[in-house]
Design a protein around this ligand. Structure first.
Ligand SMILES: Cc1ncc(C[n+]2csc(CCOP(=O)(O)OP(=O)(O)O)c2C)c(N)n1
Ligand code: SF4
Length: 274
């Protein structure tokens, strides 16, 4: 029987998002479903994994396999799943708090392992779900939180630069206000063999209404995608953090193909006991 092509709306689950009206995460969800439809991926070949946060609710809204895990632990969960089920397209979704604060250590090691995962980090430079505390990507002088009334005074975490230094083989930056560009980047990220990191600027309209200005401040990344880490690092540091595009893409050996358990779980356990 011929398969019927799915449309983006077919990938939406029956659960309606409870995000605040205007939250950037809506557009990220829409771009993910459009990318899945474009790639014609059967729902049973897709798994979305997340930690905790407003952004981490996303897997519930997609009609595929999904796992809403613990705060900061999406990447190790996804790593385990991909190693056990290399046939699945494993997408990881979360926020800057989830991924770069409590999950920061996992971020570094996921980048360097080059497992074939697509990590979509929705950065609103705030902890949205817990009502607006500063996150690792918050500017040092942002003084709107009662927890940090004079700002944090701490330099910002630079997701793209850190991903590059840690060994990610695909790095791009998108914006929820640019749904077409974001969908194109997602298609590239999902099809990239190895760990792809998609840093998405996704405004928190409730606790960071100032981020409405991103619409007029984002711009194309100044350089073409490159596969040379020193040049990519130079370009990332020259950018103001609002440059959109594929920054770095390199094809290097993907971890599961180098060293992959071939036996069943029972066989592996037996081997370990010998
Ligand atoms: C171990 C643990 N620590 C802290 C929390 C509280 N917590 C829940 S979500 C969150 C931060 C969410 O921010 P972010 O990941 O940036 O996502 P957003 O809500 O902004 O989309 C925190 C600190 C938790 N759930 N578990
Ligand atoms: S609090 Fe912020 S991040 Fe959370 S749903 Fe509302 S607008 Fe989105």
């Amino acid at each position: 029987m011929p398969t019927i092509a799915l449309k983006a709306k077919d990938y939406k689950s029956v659960i309606k998002p409870i995000w605040c009206p205007g939250c950037g995460h809506f557009a990220v969800l829409a771009a993910i479903t459009r990318a899945l439809a474009y790639l014609e991926l059967p729902k049973e070949q897709v798994a979305l994994i997340s930690g905790i946060g407003c952004s981490s609710r996303l897997p519930a809204y997609v009609d595929s396999y999904g796992f809403h895990g613990l705060h900061g632990r999406a990447l190790p969960l996804a790593t385990g799943l991909k190693v056990a089920r290399p046939d699945l397209n494993v997408l990881v979704t979360g926020g800057d708090g989830d991924g770069f604060s409590i999950g920061g250590n996992h971020f570094l090691h996921a980048c360097r392992r080059n497992i074939d995962l697509t990590y979509i980090a929705m950065d609103n430079r705030v902890y949205g779900m817990t009502k607006g505390q500063a996150s690792p990507t918050t500017a040092p002088d942002w003084a709107e939180s009662k927890m940090t009334p004079h700002g944090t005074g701490v330099r910002r975490f630079q997701p793209a630069a850190i991903a590059l230094a840690a060994g990610a083989t695909f790095i791009a930056r998108g914006f929820s206000g640019d749904p077409k560009g974001l969908t194109r980047m997602l298609v590239e990220a999902i099809t990239h063999p190895g760990f792809s990191f998609l840093h998405v600027l996704s405004p928190c309209i409730t606790f960071r209404p100032d981020q409405r200005s991103w619409k007029s401040e984002v711009h194309a990344f100044a350089a073409e995608p490159c596969n040379e880490p020193i040049e990519a690092a130079r370009q990332i540091h020259a950018d103001d953090g609002l440059g959109l595009g594929i920054i770095y893409a390199e094809h290097l050996p993907v971890w599961p193909s180098l060293y992959q358990a071939t036996g069943s779980l029972a066989e592996i356990e037996t081997e370990c006991l010998i």
